[in-house]
Design a protein around this ligand. Structure first.
Ligand SMILES: Cc1ncc(COP(=O)(O)O)c(C=O)c1O
Length: 571
């Protein structure tokens, strides 16, 4: 056996010890003791010597009786370990943890993580109390607390009520993936059927428009010359084609937000824009602020990125900036996400005064604010004030737009506008994500955007008509509900007389209507339980039938049964 193999053997789980080749690095605390034993025993026959050494050292490191299993851990070799380790074992396993650079707590966290990775601290083991470990390591208790916290955020340690801190095992077999997250996302999904197939259910779920006729015309009208001009080169363009970025920069400049081409990044929908900003600014556990209610897609993205979500309330002028100011000082958020233009789901517009305040707060605290203006063109009565970014050109405000709300979500085309430096950083992240948005969607969008005002005017006329159908149907079939007229957007934020929206949604399913409860848009999930988001995007006869079906579900809850029988409907 080669020198060094013994070190490797020591760190290997017992079931792998015999006959395995050691390839791990030779570092860590057992090394001195390992070498001592190694040299002492080496003189006789190689393999057996090493094995004896390993057994001796495992005994030294894992002293204590681990036969008592507190909970099942799906990590085979450590199944029998569920007791608190002696301090000496942990300090020995840590070895030279303090050498190196960076904050002390980080070095300790790294040392603990390496000790677990190399098997010197077994999965499932309990760690000594922070105070005792701090004394043994000659550091302050806060250093140990910070190290434990960092590892808890990273999912390597867990606190158990009343019994200290434990090294986490696998909660389930790794090949199942992060089911917890997937189940959570499914639990309050807006897009329930991910195939996008039409169904016989009346879908009051996604607030998304049908394809504008101009999109078909633009696709069908593409000339061979246009396609070949755009298809030059390898086709990967993480920042996006210059021609399209140029059109977007001109449009933003026209809104009073002076923008050059290098300040625009093309994304695969606004959804990817929010995702990339979250990746740039947030690490797991970092605080991010949203309005409550907020756009459920953004809640999901930030949650999936591991952010700690904080919320500010809304009133008729939009997000409460007094609460935002308080959070800036109290909770040191790393990012703020707001929907200032015809907020989804409430339809409210952020007032000009509050826009000025948000820009000032972003600049004062250097906290990036992502303003999602995808519904900006969809006013029912009057256009919104200028984007937040216009109120302070130096504030770290990122403006996110999309083709989805005026033209069609199927284009999957959005953009982010920010400083050139930030856009370059985001483009680097975008390259990792998908190497660029499909060129054909970019080409079609570059053709469509110059005519957005005409298409948006047509959309607004349609939406006004459809909201009136919804308003009228709710007034006739559900007179105890209120359905306030939104300032714009694609949905009404209906209010029920009691907080039973979740129950209503469950019952509605069996009446052939799918609807999303207010709690789906809550940043903390116990809120908005007396609200339903009712999109007014479907054709009028579908809206009418959907409300009839909802009224039947409501009658079950409300104890009445006086509504009209169902009619057939094609959705
Ligand atoms: C506020 C808001 N932002 C973003 C999106 C998603 O936009 P995209 O289709 O461009 O990803 C939506 C869609 O409902 C939305 O309402």
């Amino acid at each position: 056996m080669l020198d060094g193999d013994l070190d490797a053997e020591i760190r290997r789980p017992p079931h792998q010890i015999h006959g395995a080749q050691g390839d791990e690095q030779r570092d860590g605390p057992p090394r001195a003791r390992a070498q001592f034993l190694h040299y002492g025993l080496q003189t006789t026959c190689g393999c057996w010597t090493a094995t004896i050494g390993v057994i001796a050292i495992q005994g030294l490191l894992w002293s204590g009786d681990y036969g008592n299993i507190d909970r099942p851990i799906n990590a085979k070799w450590s199944e029998n370990v569920s007791r608190v380790l002696p301090i000496a074992t942990v300090t020995a396993a840590l070895g030279e943890w303090a050498s190196g650079t960076g904050p002390l707590y980080r070095r300790l966290a790294d040392g603990l993580e390496a000790a677990v990775d190399h098997g010197r601290i077994p999965i499932g083991a309990g760690l000594p109390p922070e105070r005792h470990l701090a004394t043994a390591l000659s550091v302050s208790r806060s250093t140990v607390v910070a190290a434990f916290d960092a590892l808890k955020r990273a999912g390597r340690l867990e606190a158990r009520q009343g019994s200290g801190t434990w090294v986490r095992g696998h909660a389930r077999p790794p090949d199942e993936g992060n089911l917890e997250l997937v189940e959570e996302l499914e639990g309050h999904a807006i897009l329930r059927d991910l195939s996008g197939r039409p169904t016989q259910t009346v879908e009051f779920t996604a607030a998304a428009v049908d394809c504008a006729p101009e999109v078909t015309t633009a696709i069908v009208g593409l000339s061979g010359d246009e396609v070949s001009m755009w298809s030059r080169g390898h086709g990967y363009s993480p920042q996006g084609y210059e021609g399209l970025r140029d059109v977007i920069a001109q449009r933003l400049t026209g809104m009073g937000l002076e923008t050059n081409t290098a300040q625009v990044l093309i994304t695969s929908g606004a959804t990817q824009a929010v995702l990339l900003t979250a990746r740039l600014y947030l690490e797991p556990g970092a605080p991010a602020v949203l309005e409550t209610p907020s756009y459920a897609g953004a809640i999901d993205v930030l949650h999936a990125e591991g952010a700690r979500l904080l919320s500010v309330d809304m009133d008729s002028s939009g997000a409460r900036t007094d609460q935002l100011a308080e959070l800036m000082t109290r909770s040191l958020p790393r990012m703020v996400y707001l929907v200032p233009d015809f907020h989804n789901p409430s339809g409210v517009v952020l007032s000009q005064r509050r826009r000025e305040e948000v820009a000032r707060l972003a600049a004062d605290y250097h906290v990036p604010v992502v303003e999602d203006i995808v519904q900006r063109e969809l006013w029912l009565d009057e256009p919104p004030p200028p984007p937040i970014a216009t109120f302070d050109p130096d504030a770290p405000v990122l403006t996110v737009g999309s083709m989805s709300k005026v033209f069609w979500g199927g284009l999957r085309l959005g953009w982010i506008r920010g400083s050139e430096t930030t856009i370059a950083r985001l483009a680097r992240l975008k390259a990792v994500d998908d190497f660029g948005t499909p060129a054909i969607a970019q080409l079609v969008s570059a053709k469509l955007l110059p005519q957005i005002d005409t298409t948006a005017a047509w959309r607004r006329t349609e939406l006004r008509r459809r909201f009136e159908v919804l308003e009228d149907a709710v007034a006739r079939h559900l007179p105890e509900w209120t359905c306030p007229r939104p300032a714009g957007g694609l949905s009404a934020w209906a209010k029920l007389p009691s907080p039973c929206a979740d129950e209503l949604v469950r019952r509605a399913e069996s009446h052939g209507v799918a609807v999303v409860p207010g709690s789906t848009f809550a940043v903390d999930h116990n809120r908005h339980t007396d609200r339903l988001r009712l999109p007014f995007v479907a054709p009028p006869h579908v809206i009418e039938e959907g409300i009839r079906r909802l009224a039947r579900a409501w009658a079950e809850i409300d104890g009445r049964d006086t509504v009209m029988p169902p009619q057939s409907v094609v959705v």
